[in-house]
Design a protein around this ligand. Sequence first.
Ligand SMILES: Nc1ncnc2c1ncn2[C@@H]1O[C@H](COP(=O)(O)OP(=O)(O)O)[C@@H](O)[C@H]1O
Ligand SMILES: [Mg+2]
Length: 232
Amino acid sequence: MKQVLSTLVIHDMKNSLALLEMDLERLNHRKNVPMEAKDAYLRCLELKSRLINFLTVYKSEQFELEPCMVEVDITDFLEELVDTGPSKIQAQKRHITLCLTEAKISSEVKYAGIGHFDAYLIGLALESALNNAVRFARHAVNIWFEQSQHSLNFLVSDDGHGIGTETQGADSPSTGLGLELCRAVAKCHHGQISLVNAHGGGALFNMKLAQRSYSRLRPPRCALPACERDPS
Ligand SMILES: Nc1ncnc2c1ncn2[C@@H]1O[C@H](COP(=O)(O)OP(=O)(O)O)[C@@H](O)[C@H]1O
Ligand SMILES: [Mg+2]
């Protein structure tokens, strides 16, 4: 199949999926929604994120990703991810507690809690790490960040069986797409990912991003009091 045609078909599928998502979301807002409707909505969200992840990884292999770097209040960003991302629904369904825990910020950081990254791409990658953690956790998943002068780490831990154990993921086969997406997103931020067994059990995912130093630049916009921010 010609590349142009396959691109058109995939984007057409993505748009149809977005319409289906809207239909199912409306259905789920009705009173006394049957369990099947909730499951269908969740499946649709999962399918949509897998398709978006696939397209993002494909793009990174063909052209390299060009991150749109912006200044971000990291706590606000993570709160939104935890409160509104598809992993929240999955966690509720599996009775897993999904928590944003306290950040660790080293004292030399000039603008504590403010990061510089592509919020859309990092959101996709972290959602995918959360999806894995919720899938394998027994009771709890935590997400937090650690910031030093030149790097920003996003961490996701779970209390599952850890990596490479037989009990994990028997319900759905692995594609490897989630971690591939995280690798591609980290790479375009001059960063890297790791997934290891945590000391206390479970798995620990870490996405480390390089951060520019603000010491010789103007302060980031979101670090300024609202009255001093440039409205542009
Ligand atoms: N939190 C985790 N705990 C245990 N194993 C994990 C975890 N995250 C990822 N893995 C392992 O890495 C594999 C690849 O993950 P991923 O790339 O997201 O693909 P998929 O989600 O399709 O399996 C998983 O199938 C699993 O074996
Ligand atoms: Mg995954």
